[in-house]
Design a protein around this ligand. Sequence first.
Ligand code: COD
Ligand code: ATP
Length: 229
Amino acid sequence: MFLVGLTGGIASGKSTVSSVLRELGCAIVDADVVARTVVEPGTPTYGRIVQHFGPDVLREGGEIDRQKLGQVIFSSEEKRRLLNSITHPEIHKAMLKQILLYFLRGYRYVVLDVPLLFETRRLTRFLNHTVVVYCDPATQLSRLMHRDGLTPEQAKQRVGAQMPLNEKRGLASHVIENSGTREDTHRQVLRLHATLEDSAEHLPVRLLAIAAALGLAGVLLYAVKLLVS
Ligand SMILES: CC(C)(COP(=O)(O)OP(=O)(O)OC[C@H]1O[C@@H](n2cnc3c(N)ncnc32)[C@H](O)[C@@H]1O)[C@@H](O)C(=O)NCCC(=O)NCCS
Ligand SMILES: Nc1ncnc2c1ncn2[C@@H]1O[C@H](COP(=O)(O)OP(=O)(O)OP(=O)(O)O)[C@@H](O)[C@H]1O
């Protein structure tokens, strides 16, 4: 099995791309969804958030008020780092569990949809492919304001909390250009899917090559032992 990292900037179109991949039958682990489950009331992460951020970031029912917590962390790098240090280890553990389950179910590859993939760099060494969903800065801002009902200043602040999208594009092995229509993006995702399927087909060949190399090493070791004895 191999892992594919899917990333981009806030509102650049990761969910749009991953939903097409899901429709095509791919296994997807979504870090934003996982991030919601690890902060549910009763979890240790929830306790630590309340301890550090206080009851102001809670709703009446006791659950985290995501909008309020968002306002706090997107306007302070220090608070953002604190929240990341509380949540990220738990998010990564929960993601690992999901990856293992997909592995046991026989999936040949798993797509990890992780907005902060290149910022945290924790997962990158395990990935065979990295995909960046890119859109131009003006389109990103306008889609973000429209989707989340933010002012231009709030949207800029959120975009500024991440590595510039242009920089992420330079780090990726594949880029999906999502400044255009959904149909155009859909076509690119179909091409990406075909590429990933192709590289999955090469996996048994690679495994055979590794097995052959190991076998050859074993034979050589045996021959050396015979010569020495
Ligand atoms: C701040 C929170 C409460 C806002 O929740 P909300 O439901 O409004 O947004 P959601 O979780 O859907 O995130 C939307 C997008 O914001 C961006 N974002 C989220 N957290 C961060 C962060 N710590 N730093 C930079 N960008 C972030 C990502 O692009 C993400 O896709 C939430 O995002 C959170 O708990 N973040 C910390 C955990 C985290 O880093 N999640 C990202 C996945 S690793
Ligand atoms: N090609 C497109 N044309 C028009 N609208 C789009 C296109 N792609 C995405 N959108 C819209 O832009 C917004 C952001 O897209 P999406 O939610 O997929 O981004 P995301 O990268 O997953 O965001 P986040 O990281 O903030 O969760 C959504 O409202 C989505 O419907």
